[in-house]
Write a protein that binds this ligand. Structure first.
Ligand code: GLC
Length: 597
């Protein structure tokens, strides 16, 4: 399984669940009319730019080669200058770091590798001074096997914590024989999802690593524990949570086997670990998570009115190919769930396929009712933009194309650290350098996720300004030219493009919250759309998906029937100006953004 397969696998899971029948699409939230006034402080998130920080790899300040919270604080001015509204920090709680923080052993503290709770409070306070909010990761599907709850749970069958996790007898178990695992369910990270525990002679279930036992969400005490954890962080001024692996909270109690996914020839699909891919139909009971999320949202909503105004925002990690399924994640009327389920619809397209982009962006605009889409292209689990869209010749221009789709479309934009400078995916070359257990188990077919987690490239010094010590993952050679310092002094850099786009997103009325209307929809080379809002000029955006120059005419569509005049807001550096709506000229992978007058 490579990281792409990881995405695909999750899609299979959710699509199947969807087919099995989830509640009809229901939405809540502000109406489009209310949106035209721009987001208020309460609705700060509605046009937000969220920046994912992988704390381990962002900035080290104590020379141990691992990033830390003080490092993030140190770089807040940079983030403010970039224009971000919120940081999503991947987990920095105490953890044995088997899954680099996604195996949590204490939900109410900070891992000493990353600092202290006082460092965390200082980060939140310093970020607040710069109008930046901090969003935490919340891992409710599983804990670490070193968490006190699990240590108790595994200590005896009658321990009060026993039913906080998912324990079952083996199949055909006798007093001397453990029997086979209860069924065919598999871990996302390869092999059976059941681990035998000799002491209490039962199997426990783990959707991810063996060291990440799944919590039992049929137990109300687990709900209460997580509401308390949420309160703990909200009281410290956290602006919300990104809920990890949320679709896999519940498993089918009948323990029925999952079905095998087949390819178009009817043969079983095989993953990178050499095993059959299962359909996820029994281990991702999405319909059951809605009441849980309504509970969590109600808890978070009690924190709206304190010293740091604005809604606490709940983000969902969800991979789905179904817009209808995504829409259910916002919650039914009167029972809100997530404000921002991740719309991976666009981000899962792995090549510059114009028809797919057009279709998915249209879905995001029309398939979510009045809810706000959260768009993203990559993260710490998936290869960066270069690998997925680059052609090795026009990579920077292509990254401008992707950034334009991200920031000039309606919704919340989520970017991953380093995207703004064009960091490259750099997987380890040798097995002995691999840190992600997925890569250790799957080598060489699956190299794991280290390639997209390499240290942030701040400058061209030996370790790219990330650490004075030995970095936990090697700094890629590309840091010599791809780094913040070099790009800050170049007005034509990708970083300058990101800043300009984000500034436009925040200051241009149509780009702030105007409707997204696809234009010239028969064009197979150039993707064009318009942003339109009452009382402000329309904005047109054209992005060339080809390596050849293109000219487009947008006069025939719904825009500019009486006028041809355009005021350029942004264009690919060095490109000709396009003062006329009937003749927008684009360089190879060129971008044009203009206001219609
Ligand atoms: C999510 C995280 C990923 C982690 C997994 C298990 O998918 O994004 O990094 O390995 O959950 O917690």
């Amino acid at each position: 399984m490579d990281s792409k397969d990881l995405i695909l696998r999750k899609i299979v899971t959710c699509a199947t669940v969807c087919l099995l029948g989830i509640a009809a699409i229901t939405t809540h939230g502000q109406t489009a009319a209310a949106r035209t006034n721009g987001p208020s402080e309460r609705d700060w998130w509605k046009n937000a730019v969220i920046y994912e920080v992988y704390p381990r790899s962002f900035q080290d300040t104590n020379g141990d080669g691992v990033g830390d919270l003080n490092g993030i604080t140190k770089r807040l001015d940079y983030l403010q200058e970039l224009g971000v509204d919120a940081l999503w920090l991947t987990p920095c709680y105490p953890s044995p770091q088997v899954d680099f923080g996604y195996d949590i052993s204490d939900y109410e503290n900070i891992d000493p590798q990353y600092g202290t709770i006082a460092d965390f409070d200082r980060l939140v306070a310093e970020a607040k001074k710069r109008h930046i909010r901090v969003i935490m990761d919340m891992v409710m599907n599983h804990s670490s096997d070193q968490h006190e709850w699990f240590l108790q749970s595994r200590s005896s069958r009658d321990n009060p914590y026993r039913d906080w996790y998912v324990w079952h007898d083996g199949k055909g178990e006798t007093s001397t024989d453990r029997g086979a695992p209860p069924n065919n369910w598999q871990s996302e990270f390869g092999h059976s999802a059941w681990q035998w525990d000799e002491k209490t002679r039962q199997y426990y279930y783990h959707k991810f690593y063996i060291q990440q036992p799944d919590l039992n969400w049929d137990n109300p005490k687990v709900h209460r524990a997580f509401k308390d954890i949420i309160d703990f962080w909200l009281k410290r001024g956290v602006a919300g949570f990104r809920f990890d692996a949320i679709t896999t909270l519940f498993e089918d109690p009948s323990l029925a086997d999952e079905g095998v996914v087949k390819d178009k020839n009817g043969n079983p699909l095989i993953d990178a670990f050499g095993e059959q891919v299962l359909d996820g139909s029994k281990t991702a009971l999405v319909a059951k998570i809605h009441p849980v999320m309504q509970e969590m949202r109600a808890e978070a909503d009690t924190f709206n009115m304190d010293a740091f105004p604005g809604e606490r925002v709940l983000i969902a990690e969800i991979y789905t190919s179904s817009i209808a399924e995504l829409a259910t994640m916002y919650g039914p009327p009167g029972k809100p769930e997530f404000q921002l389920p991740m719309d991976t619809q666009v981000g899962i397209i792995d090549k510059l396929d114009i028809a797919a982009f057009r279709a998915k962006l249209t879905d995001a605009e029309t398939g979510l009712g009045s809810n706000v889409p959260l768009l993203l292209f990559d993260n710490h689990d998936n290869p960066r933009l270069d690998v997925r869209y680059g052609d090795g010749v026009h990579d920077t221009d292509i990254q401008r194309v992707i950034a334009t789709v991200l920031f000039a479309s309606r919704g919340v934009a989520l970017l991953y650290y380093g995207d703004e400078i064009g960091m490259k995916t750099t997987p380890p070359k040798r097995r002995e350098d691999v840190k992600d257990p997925v890569g250790i188990a799957g080598w060489p077919k699956e190299k794991g996720r280290d390639g997209e987690r390499t240290p942030m490239q701040w400058d061209w010094s030996a370790n790219a300004g990330f650490t004075a010590g030995m970095p936990w993952l090697l700094v890629p050679p590309s840091a010599a030219t791809i780094n913040v310092k070099a790009e800050e002094s170049d007005p034509n850099s990708l970083l300058a493009w990101y800043k300009a786009l984000i500034r436009l997103k925040k200051t241009n009325r149509a780009l702030e919250d105007g409707a997204n209307i696809m234009l010239d929809t028969g064009n197979t080379k150039v993707l064009s759309w318009m942003r339109a809002v009452a009382g402000a000029p329309q904005v047109v955006v054209s992005v060339n998906f080809t390596a050849q120059p293109q000219t487009v005419n947008l006069m025939n569509g719904e825009v500019g029937k009486e006028t041809r005049k355009l005021k350029t807001l942004l264009k690919t550096p060095g490109a000709a100006d396009s003062p006329s709506l009937d003749q927008i000229q684009l360089e190879p992978f060129g971008v044009y953004v203009g206001e219609v007058h």
